[in-house]
Design a binder for this molecule. Sequence first.
Ligand code: ADP
Ligand code: MG
Length: 692
Amino acid sequence: MPQALSEIPIQFIKSVGPSKAKLLANLGVSSVEDLLYLFPHRYEDRSTFTPIAMLQAGLPQTACGRIVLARRNYYSKNKAVEITVKDTSGIIHCVWFNQPYLINIFKPGQEIVLYGKVDIFKKRLQMTVPDFELIAKEDRSLNMGRIVPVYPLTRGINQRYLRKLMDACLGLYADRLQDIVPQAIRSKQRLNPIAQSIRQIHFPSDDAQKQKGIDRIAFEEFFLFQICVILRRLSIVNKTGVAHQLSPTLIEHYKAALPFALTGAQTKAIHDIAADMAKTRPMLRMVQGDVGCGKTVAAFFGCMAAWKNNKQSALMAPTEILAQQHFFNFQKLFVPGPFEAIKAALLISSTPAKDKKTLYQELERGKIDLVIGTHALLEETIAFKNLSFVVIDEQHKFGVNQRALLSAKGTNPDILIMTATPIPRTLCLTLYGDLDVSVIDEMPPGRGKIKTYRFPLAKAPSVYQKVRELVLQGAQAYIIYPLVDESEKLDLKAAKDQFVHLQKFEFQGLRLGLVHGRMKREETDEIMEKFKKHELDILVATTILEVGIDIPNANVMLIEHAERFGLSQLHQLRGRIGRGAQDAVCVLLGDPVTQEAAMRLDAIAQTTDGFRIAEEDLKIRGPGHYFGRHQHGLNELKMSNPVTQIEILEKAREDAVILTKNDPQLNGMEHRLIKETIKKRYPQYLDLILAG
Ligand code: ADP
Ligand code: MG
């Protein structure tokens, strides 16, 4: 057996010494296999170049020519280095700032490739700070006259070096790449051999071949990911759980006990939950819906059903304030009433030690029917008598492991996950293919509308004035900043300084509070509590405010530097208001400089539909960024995008379903490689599956 490529250190390759090996490690490359799986983040078609005279202003483009002049601009305070580049059609100027050493690199006569946005500056074509590559004669074959890969770089590693190294490694090792996808599936899906695909991804012979290569890798990525997702599901639903007895009239009783009528979407979700709970196999369901749509009310039905079966339930929320909110909401809804006899308790880290102890005992003896709490519920010492229903709020704030920890406290309890992050169907399938989904896409009636306005930052004074008026009429307001502290690099207003400033000037005499992510949890909880009790008029905050807070009287929101926020972030922030019967106002202050930022602000101003915003966001940013970096394995999807490659995703899922059905342990000859690769790429999932 030849050595596996993952076992061959990259330093083994001739042009890689110890220092280059260290630099390559920054790119996540330590073996030959890592290198071959280091994919370009874009390509440049250098088979033909646009003549310089034909370049269009306003667009990023590639140009090529010879340097005719290179000079320092002594008059510029930024130490500019300027060059003039000429081809047979015309000339273009390029400028770089604060990199004086560049003057030693640019030599007249040299061939140079430039990539960047073209502008018209002083009536001349100009690229400001373009990417560039100087091309030596001997380098032409890899770097010119073809579609050229452009890789992510790290200091000390340039494109030409990487291309040369890649070319060498492909030549030596590509044929030894192992196909992770079993032969039968490869022929059924007409996938090219892995070696050919990887070669085409790095040095495509044409666009069609390149795309085939990318699709091939996308299939592989989806396939592995889906296997994980499916096995995760099997690790739960293949067990024997509690088949709750639900009388046919139970839902009607529940409805009758509520002080309001359920929305259609809530009723549908409750029916889904009831049907799942009645089955022996454990429920694994997610309820999705914007904040305030009434997910928790649907979840309480499950708690009630468990209680009717003499079982316990637990609801875990990511912050104390949310846990408290759920707890008080529960009491508000059901006490007094037919479900008053459900003994509910709140358990958070600030619960006094003495009370905790009693609580633990009562939980263990089954004296408490429903416990609502935070991470505090995961304490090892906590045991239940018979936990049969688990609710996890804002699931993406927890790891998959934490969900497992809580459910391990029961005997295969039913699990309900709630999320206010709208997840488009395609992404949902990728991430949560292991969950059944109920969507609540309807808001309870009688809520005010949210009006969203956009202004340039310069309008801040008159906007503050307006906010002041609204507050004096009894409203409460949020003012949101992108940063906690002022930063030297970015000329942005920041929460801390603005808090001091606003209190002293624009909002003098009003009661302001400040919360941000660098404060202790207890401090922010305390301030939030005050705001909730209307002991504060204005809350200055950072995005810490994103999650689930329900303060109906707060119906004014001002977001400064709105262009700095992601689309979903803006949506989540805005979701804090419009919770009461009155109309709410959201003002976005900002001066977008990029087209992307302008698109985000347009989108948010045009709609309040979370799903549309999520789709838009995914298009703009790609899925890896949608949820932040951790937990999901989405970062491992390098060549695949569940939004644009949905057909490939669905095919891969189909095959993953068949494969896991036939060999859930992945012990088959061809499946061991899959298992090993999953171990390497998605270790956290494999642990979970094997543990489960
Ligand atoms: P979510 O968990 O989706 O954020 P909640 O279930 O906490 O929403 O509900 C938000 C608020 O709206 C709560 O005060 C709740 O009592 C109330 N509510 C829920 N459903 C309805 C409804 N159908 N009609 C009126 N008010 C409702
Ligand atoms: Mg909620």
